[in-house]
Design a binder for this molecule. Structure first.
Ligand code: AMP
Ligand code: MG
Length: 392
C-alpha cells in the first residue's frame, strides 16, 4: 500500500534505535554525535591573563606621561608569582598570568620604553586588556549536549577542557548493492543500451556526508538468485541500501529477494516525487532501504528517509536538513498526487529550480544544493519567500 511521506518517515524513525555508544579520541570523533552531555570541568580562561603584549600595571597609577619602573617579566607559561604595586610595571605577553596587584595591561604600542622604565602615553582603565578567569565559560556549564554533532570547534573546546576522548554514538556500517543488467562500471567500454553505474558512488558519498561508512559495495545483475546471494552478504551489516529494482516491472526483484530471505517489509511505495517505489524493511538487526534506480529518486529518498535514520542510529538529535528562507525566482505548482521535491540552487537568499525536474536528470541535480517541498496541489508564486532544505 502506498503511504504518505510523513507516515513513511514516522514509521522509519520509530523503528530505528540508536546504536550502542563508543569512546573515541577527540580527533577521531569529528562528525560523530555526542552520546552524553559534557560539562566544563574548568572555567575558561582558567586564570586572569593578559590579552596583549605589553605591561601589567595598576591602572590608578597610570596617566599620560607617567613613568613606571619595570620590575620583572612574565611570559605565557609558568606563573613567576610576580607582584606589581602602584608605580610598577611587569613586562607581559599575551596569555601570561596576571601578576598579583596588577589590574590592567597597557599595550606595548602605548608606552615608550626607556631602560628599566616605561613612560605611559595613555590613560589606563582598570581591567583593560585583562581576560578574566571564567569570562568565556563558567565551571559546570554545559559544553556539549547529547546528540549534538562534534565539529572542529567542539573538539577544540573539549581539548581546552582536558578531555582527550569523548563518548559518541555507534558506528553505522552499511552495504550498498546496485542492481541492473544495463549498468556497467565507469571504466568499462559501453555497449549499445548500456549505461554507467552511478548510484553506488552517489550513495557512498551521501553516507559519508552523514558520517557513516560503506563496508561493502557490490553490483548485481537483475537475477533473483544472484541478488539473494549478494543480500546474504550484505545483511551482515547494520544497514543495507539497494539501488534499483524496487519498482513494479518484472525485473524488479528486490522485494521478492528480500522476502525470500525472511525480510519484513514495513514500507513499499511512498507518495513522494521523485522516489515513489521506495522500500523499507528489516531482517533481524539489519535495516533495509530499497531506493529507486533513477538517480534523482535515489538521492531524494536517501535525504528524506535514509539520512534521518542513519543520523538517529548515530545518536543525533537533529535529523532534518538545514532549512533556510529563500525568495522563489519562478512560479511553481505541484499538479501531481504526490509531494514534489523540486531541485534547485539556493544562493544569496534566492531559490532557482535547476534543470529538468525529472527523476533521471542527474545533471540538474549536480548543479543543485537545495530542495523545495511542494505539497500536493500547492502553488507558489514567483517572489514569495519559501523554506528550502539545503544539503551542501
Ligand atoms: P529501476 O529502479 O531499476 O527500474 O531503474 C530506474 C532507472 O534508473 C533506469 O533508467 C535505470 O537504468 C536507472 N538506474 C538504475 N540503477 C542505476 C544506477 N545504479 N546508476 C545509474 N542509473 C541507474
Ligand atoms: Mg533496474
Amino acid at each position: 500500500m502506498i503511504i504518505s511521506e510523513e507516515e513513511a518517515r514516522a514509521k522509519i524513525l520509530e523503528t530505528i534505535r540508536p546504536l550502542p555508544p563508543r569512546r573515541l579520541s577527540i580527533s577521531g570523533a569529528l562528525g560523530c554525535f555526542a552520546a552524553e552531555d559534557y560539562f566544563a570541568q574548568l572555567p575558561l580562561p582558567n586564570f586572569d591573563n593578559s590579552a596583549m603584549d605589553g605591561y601589567a600595571v595598576v591602572a590608578s597609577s597610570c596617566a599620560p606621561g607617567k613613568r613606571l619602573r619595570v620590575v620583572g617579566e612574565q611570559a605565557a607559561g609558568l606563573d613567576q608569582q610576580l607582584r606589581a604595586s602602584a608605580g610598577d610595571a611587569v613586562r607581559i605577553f599575551t596569555g601570561a598570568p596576571m601578576p598579583a596587584g596588577a589590574d590592567a595591561i597597557v599595550m606595548q604600542e602605548d608606552v615608550t620604553r626607556e631602560g628599566g622604565e616605561i613612560v605611559v602615553n595613555v590613560d589606563v582603565d582598570p581591567g583593560e586588556f585583562v581576560r578574566r578567569r571564567g569570562c568565556d565559560l563558567g565551571e559546570g556549564q554545559k559544553i556539549l549536549a547529547r546528540g549534538e554533532r562534534i565539529r572542529a570547534a567542539t573538539t577544540a573546546l573539549l581539548a581546552s577542557q582536558g578531555f582527550s576522548d569523548v563518548m559518541v554514538g555507534g558506528e553505522v556500517s552499511a552495504a550498498i548493492i546496485s542492481t541492473g543488467d544495463e549498468l556497467v562500471k565507469p571504466e568499462a567500454k559501453l555497449q549499445p543500451g548500456q549505461i554507467y553505474e552511478s548510484n553506488s558512488v552517489l550513495l557512498q558519498g551521501l553516507l559519508h556526508n552523514c558520517g557513516a561508512a560503506e563496508r561493502l559495495m557490490e553490483h548485481c545483475r537483475d537475477d533473483e538468485e544472484l541478488l539473494t546471494k549478494a543480500l546474504k552478504r550484505a545483511i551482515k551489516h547494520r544497514v543495507v541500501i539497494v539501488s534499483g529494482g524496487v519498482s513494479v516491472g518484472e525485473r524488479d526483484i528486490v522485494k521478492s529477494a528480500l522476502q525470500s530471505l525472511g525480510a519484513k517489509i514495513d514500507i513499499w511505495r511512498v507518495a513522494i516525487k521523485p522516489g515513489k517505489p521506495f522500500l523499507f524493511g528489516h531482517i533481524d538487526e539489519c535495516d533495509l532501504f530499497g531506493l529507486p534506480g533513477n538517480p534523482v529518486s535515489a538521492f531524494v529518498t536517501f535525504l528524506q528517509f535514509v539520512r534521518p535514520a542513519i543520523l538517529k542510529m548515530m545518536s543525533a538529535v537533529k535529523l532534518d536538513l538545514l532549512k533556510v528562507s529563500a525568495k522563489l525566482l519562478v512560479d511553481l505548482t505541484n499538479d501531481s498526487d504526490r509531494v514534489h521535491y523540486i531541485r534547485g540552487k539556493f544562493e544569496d537568499g534566492i531559490f532557482t529550480p535547476v534543470g529538468r525536474q525529472e527523476s533521471h536528470a542527474l545533471f540538474g541535480l549536480s548543479q543543485s544544493n537545495a530542495l523545495l517541498r511542494l505539497a500536493v496541489g500547492e502553488s507558489r508564486k514567483r517572489g514569495v519567500i519559501v523554506n528550502v532544505q539545503v544539503w551542501d
